[in-house]
Design a protein around this ligand. Structure first.
Ligand code: ADP
Length: 567
């Protein structure tokens, strides 16, 4: 008989006994239905991988074992730039281990949660990668059958990597119709629900759902009940917003892919020929900041598409955005009109509501006894946080450095000037929210004094506050990157509260504890005085409770944020 401890056992050094290769278990990366994912390092070569680890105790039924072997059999036969690399598998007494390409930027699911509706050039970019990957799969007679945002992983360059072949199937011959799926696909096609027999077209349906979700910000058939969702899918009933929100060519492609009759949907090889792809800007690269803030496509030259500048981002996200007015000093944001202020209030309200929900359960009273890896959610780890700050507001302003090494000053005149991690690109936000993009070699004379101050703050933080990271190389796409910036900050006797433009709230307490709250991920990161980072979803805090230290931090944040929003 095995003990509870043995049942969830994952050794620190993982040995592939057939090949003799050993891996060192590193950072916990996330938990799925059955699998846990850890960063693992080949002890000989130093190569880093994602180790997908499935406890054998969960593989009780032959059905589940068949599924895993099917997944391994299919995935191991694949090799393509847009498919998660498969490097091997093995087992020991406790677990099955699958060695995969590590996708450090998580998946399109986290991107979607943070950003909601993306710009069209971004959607074109991600769909282009997805289409190349699916074209490869279909050529090899593989149907993925569960294409969804969470299975579209992203590496550090934001290249899409299709993963999780748990529901995939390989056809014996092209005309074969599969009758069943062993599980429930997320973006399930009507012919699967109707059990009519299905084939490659189910992946096209899912791509249609993915395109809709990325562009509109929510899935096409979502309702509060699965039954209702299924009946909408069967009736192919979804709402496409007017042309003011999405382009004609985007709407056309979505309609083509979301057709009830599988035969009428385009083949994967026809998708790149759609007007949506041929007539719009297709960025070659995207900056990593687009994981949290919309890039701009109004002056794209460096990151040219096949046809440069055909699509200038029209209304909305990438055009001029207004920022907070007189945002510092802890007072209310006065103008409710501008989009950034509206977004700010929405985010803060949502955060306060979520904090109320957590605090109601009195989480500090029942500190969790569950192992940390069970309660943490590394996938919700913040994209950036404030790594250093200096308050010089009695004279000039508030300077800070973000964890990506960008440096910024929020001046006392409410303008902000950010220096990109590459130390070349500049981002200037006027008091009325208008944005300007310059470089250190080319900016107007009127900014000379502010540049001097920015440099001064940068040097001060470098010399006096822990060491700064190595400079980041300049990427072509940096010129379209938007950095999150300080929206509001204030100090209290307990510490400093900082609100970033992407909705992140960070509180640094004088006892050196820190919390980073994200209303979009519904999560908090607790950084203790030894710099340990742990990210918890609010739902997990409700279920498992937390340390009294974290509970106190949450209560403080709730008090401060609610007084900030009080009328
Ligand atoms: P399951 O099949 O049990 O649902 P998943 O494939 O979803 O398991 O993986 C579990 C977790 O590991 C998820 O949080 C996922 O984000 C993460 N993960 C899986 N594969 C990778 C990878 N190649 N790189 C990085 N993270 C990964």
């Amino acid at each position: 008989m095995t003990t509870a401890k043995e049942e969830t056992y994952i050794p620190d050094i993982i040995v592939d006994s057939t090949s003799g290769v050993t891996y060192k278990k590193g950072r916990f990366f996330g938990k799925g239905g059955f699998a846990r994912c850890y960063e693992i390092t080949d002890t000989k070569t130093g190569n880093i991988y994602a180790g997908k680890i499935i406890p054998k105790r969960l593989m009780k039924s032959s059905n589940q074992r068949d599924k895993i072997s099917q997944e391994i059999q299919i995935h191991s036969s694949l090799s393509h730039n847009n498919v998660v690399g498969f490097y091997g598998y093995f087992e020991d007494n406790y677990n099955i281990y699958i060695v995969l390409e590590l996708c450090r930027s998580r998946s399109l699911m986290e991107l979607h949660k943070r950003r909601k509706a993306l710009t069209e050039p971004e959607v074109r970019y991600f769909l282009h990668h997805l289409t190349l990957g699916v074209m490869y799969l279909h050529q090899r007679k593989v149907i993925h059958r569960d294409l969804k945002l969470g299975n579209l992983f992203l590496n550090e360059n934001l290249e899409v990597k299709i993963g999780d072949f748990g529901l995939a199937a390989r056809l014996e011959f092209d005309g074969e119709r599969k009758k069943t799926v062993c599980g429930t696909p997320n973006y399930i096609a009507p012919e699967i629900i109707n059990k009519k027999g299905h084939s490659y077209e189910v992946d096209i349906w899912s791509i249609g759902c993915i395109m809709y979700t990325l562009l509109i910000g929510k899935p096409p058939f979502e309702t509060s009940s699965l039954k209702e969702t299924y009946s909408r899918i069967k009736r192919c009933e979804y709402y496409l917003p007017s042309q003011a929100k999405i382009s004609k060519s985007a709407a056309k492609l979505i309609r083509q892919m979301l057709q009830p009759d599988p035969k009428s949907r385009p083949k994967i090889s026809e998708i790149p020929l759609a007007e949506f792809f041929t007539d719009g800007l297709l960025p070659k690269q995207l900056p990593t900041t687009c994981l949290t803030t919309a890039p701009r496509f109004d002056t794209v030259k460096a990151v040219q598409g096949r046809r440069p500048l055909l699509e200038v981002n029209s209304a909305g996200e990438a055009a001029t955005i207004s920022a907070a007015t007189k945002p510092n000093s802890g007072h209310k944001c006065c103008s409710g009109e501008n989009p950034v202020a509206l977004e700010y209030r929405r985010n803060m309200r949502s955060l306060i509501e979520q904090l109320v929900g957590v605090l109601k359960t009195n989480p500090g009273a029942k500190p969790s006894t569950v192992p940390l890896d069970e309660t943490t959610d590394p996938a919700s780890h913040p994209f950036v946080w404030i790594s250093k700050w200096v308050d010089y507001s009695d004279k000039y302003g508030f300077g800070y450095q973000l964890s990506d090494d960008s440096v910024c000053v929020m001046f006392n005149d409410y303008t902000k000037l950010s220096l990109h991690p590459n130390r070349k690109n500049l981002y200037y936000i006027l008091e009325n929210g208008e944005e300007k993009f310059y470089t250190v070699d080319s900016y107007p004379d009127t900014l000379a004094k502010k540049m001097k101050l920015l440099k001064y703050f940068e040097r001060y933080m470098q010399d006096n506050l822990i060491k700064a990271g190595a400079a980041v190389p300049v990427r072509e796409c940096d010129s379209i990157s938007r950095l999150p910036y300080m929206y509001q900050w204030f100090r209290t006797s307990n510490g400093v509260v900082m609100v970033l433009s992407n909705g992140t709230v960070q509180v640094n307490f004088i006892d050196h504890n820190k919390i980073i709250l994200c209303p979009l991920m519904g999560a908090v990161t607790f950084i203790d005085d030894s710099q340990n980072f742990n990210t918890f979803k609010f739902s997990s805090l409700k279920q498992y409770g937390c340390s009294s230290a974290l509970a106190q931090c949450l209560k403080f944040a709730y008090d401060k944020l609610s007084s900030l929003l009080a009328p």
